[in-house]
Structures are given as C-alpha cells and as structure tokens.
Design a protein around this ligand. Structure first.
Ligand code: SAM
Length: 277
C-alpha cells in the first residue's frame, strides 16, 4: 500500500472498500511513523510478529521486510482482496480473518519457529484494553508489545503514581510490564482523521516480577482500592480487615486516610499477600 491519502483512496475505490468506524479503522498514511515503530521494535530475521488489525497492510508490509514471519488477525473480511493483492508474492505473511478477541493465539503460533515473539499493532481503539488483557491471559511468552493507542489510553497505561491518570488499570498492567511511551503521533497521519491524537507504547514483560500469592485476590483488591477515586482506602476497603490494611500502610508512613492513587504496585502486592494469608 502507498501512503498518500489519494493513493489510499484510489485503492479503496478499486476494491470498493469503505472505512468502518465500528472496527476502529483509521489507517496510517505516514511512512515515518511506520518506520519509527518498526525501528524501535528491534525485530530481526528470527522474529515472529503478531499484528492485530493489518488494515490495508502498510505496517504489515514494513514488518515483513525484516521479520521471519508476520501473523495477522483481521476482523474485516472486506480487506481480504486488498491484503491478498498486497502480499501475493510474500510467503512470510499470514492473515487470519477473525476477531482477535476470539482467537487462540497459543495454538495459532504453534506452527512457527522463532527466537522472539513480538506483538506490533496500530490497535483498533474500541478494544485496546481487552486486547492487552487477552495477550496477558493467553499466557504466551511475548518478548515485546509495541502498540499505537489513543493518547488518553496510553497515558493511563504509563501514568506515574499520584497523577490523575494513575488507576487500577495502571497498577494491573504494571504488574506484568515495564511500560513506556515511545512516540506521540498526530491524528493527521491517519485516514480517516480520528478525533484524538495517539501515542506509541512499549510493553516489556518484567523479568523481576514480584508475584502476588493469590493473583485473583490481588486484582480484586486493586480494583476495589480505586473503586471511588476521591475516597480514602478506609472507605474503599471497608470489607477487608482494616487493621491489617493499616499495619501495611503504616510501614510506609501512610494511614487509612491515604488514597489509592498515592500507592505503588508493590504496596498492593504486599497488602494482598497479608490479607489473603
Ligand atoms: N494496521 C493498519 C494501519 O495502521 O493502517 C490498520 C489499523 S486500524 C486502527 C485497526 C484495524 O484493526 C482495522 O483494520 C480493523 O478492521 C481491525 N480490527 C478491528 N477490530 C478487530 C478485532 N476484534 N480483531 C482483529 N482486527 C480488528
């Protein structure tokens, strides 16, 4: 695929393709952004890349030039003729026409041999968080995730403690990953132009993961701690043993009047371990 709006329009007309808002279709038309995403990933000829939502295939094409294999999931079968034309001479690009949220990633990648696995995508904005959660729950060992997401969502992923964007999602994702923003992206590099700007976010699995003894308990505790953001932990954690909560808080010089947004990941892991003993 070429990258000027006119060329994208011509291809869409040739294949009778209409952008679908319900699938979050905003295609990149700026090759510099594509290059930046691929350069930051450090993929090489031994890498398998999973791309969710190849769209017209512009990012896919660039990935296929370096990676050993690119496995894509695309929900919109109307893109099939465009992608088939684009990759008819490539043997290292496979597209599964399926909702990624229903896919069996672990099974689908079994047939590939690779040294490192990357997930690289310009994500459909309406399901950004479910996709990240699906990747975690798939239990597949992923070396890096690089995704373009709405700016506001990306800022929640990588928010620092005490900031307005720091919430249960931040703690949840930081349990698994070191998360950093690697680029700001203007809305004007997409066609059609979305209402918001984007960011590219890098997720690197933590090698020194501090494990919660009971992960279900930990996630529930984090969710409840942030239930009403303006309220103190005393209010949000009423159903737990508040004496234990207070003891763990005091070790950090905090009290039951502290709010959830002021506390780091390791506090929640420690508290969950104490409460679920
Ligand atoms: N990668 C292309 C690009 O950057 O130009 C397209 C990105 S566009 C933001 C998101 C893509 O995800 C679209 O092609 C859309 O059809 C696809 N998509 C939306 N929901 C999906 C789902 N549940 N599973 C797989 N693909 C999906």
């Amino acid at each position: 695929m070429k990258y000027s709006p006119k060329e994208v329009k011509d291809i869409n007309e040739k294949f009778n393709f209409n952008f679908k808002k319900k699938f979050g279709q905003n295609f990149i038309i700026d090759e510099n952004i594509i290059n930046k995403i691929v350069d930051k990933s450090n993929i090489d000829s031994k890498s398998l890349v999973v791309e969710i939502g190849p769209g017209g295939g512009s990012l896919t094409n660039k990935l296929s030039l370096t990676a050993k294999n690119v496995l894509c999931y695309e929900i919109d079968e109307q893109l099939k003729p465009i992608l088939e034309e684009q990759f008819k001479n490539k043997t290292n690009v496979d597209v599964i026409y399926q909702d990624f949220l229903k896919a069996n990633l672990a099974k689908d990648i079994e047939k590939y041999s690779y040294e490192k696995l990357y997930v690289i995508a310009n994500l459909p904005y309406y399901i950004t968080t479910p996709i990240i959660i699906k990747l975690i729950e798939s239990k597949v060992c992923i070396d890096k995730i690089i995704v373009m997401v709405q700016k506001e969502v990306g800022e929640r992923f990588s928010a620092s403690i005490g900031s307005k964007n720091y919430g249960s999602l931040t703690v949840f994702l930081n349990y698994y990953f070191n998360i950093s923003k690697i680029a700001n992206v203007s809305r004007h590099v997409f066609i059609p132009v979305p209402n918001v700007d984007s960011v590219v976010v890098l997720f690197e699995p933590k090698s020194n993961l501090i494990k919660a003894r009971n992960e279900d308990h930990f996630f529930e505790l984090v969710r409840k701690s942030f239930r009403q953001k303006r309220k103190t932990l005393k209010n949000n954690l009423r159903e737990y043993d508040l004496e234990i909560v207070e003891k763990v808080l005091e070790k950090r010089g905090e009290s039951l009047n502290t709010r959830a947004e002021a506390l780091p990941l390791d506090f929640y892991v420690e508290l969950s371990n104490e409460l679920s003993d």
